[in-house]
Design a protein around this ligand. Structure first.
Ligand SMILES: [Zn+2]
Length: 154
């Protein structure tokens, strides 16, 4: 077993630690929420703006949440009117002024505190990840299952 660990440490590639790592990955996280948040941070979610490269007719694609514009990471997670209402509902339950104009700003704001093992910080991180996950889930349910939930249900 030790030999396998040594080989793994030798062969795996490592990148520099990103400043937001502790916002996404921590012991109390919910793995499926953390995974979607991690994809968001790398802008790796398959949003409609990325489908342009796959020769999909981009004129037929429209955000399933607001039905106004094509979705993208920035649109889905802060600029979309539907998502904005979800964030506003979440904000009502928070004491910490965590929300800003974009998910990138949020990460810059929270990252310096993210390693603290304080209940308030852990709750902020859990809530942020859960909200991102719920918005992504609602977007996909509308797109692939044709099921819609209200802002309050999301
Ligand atoms: Zn939208």
């Amino acid at each position: 077993m030790l030999l396998l660990l040594l080989v793994w440490e030798y062969v795996r590639s490592r990148s520099n630690l990103v400043p937001w790592a502790s916002v996404v990955w921590f012991s109390n996280n919910i793995p499926k929420h953390a995974f979607v948040l991690w994809l968001l941070m790398g802008e790796k979610l398959k949003t409609q703006d990325k489908l342009k490269h796959w020769e999909v007719n981009s004129q037929v694609l429209v955000c399933t949440l607001c039905e106004q514009v094509q979705d993208s990471h920035d649109h889905l997670f802060f600029n979309c009117p539907f998502s904005n209402q979800v964030w506003n509902r979440v904000k009502q339950h928070m004491e910490f002024p965590i929300f800003s104009d974009s998910w990138k700003d949020f990460m810059l704001l929270v990252s310096p505190f993210a390693k603290r093992r304080v209940a308030r910080i852990i709750v902020v991180k859990l809530l942020f990840a859960a909200t991102v996950y719920s918005i992504w889930q609602e977007r996909n349910n509308r797109l692939f299952k044709k099921k819609k939930r209200s802002v309050d249900r999301v």
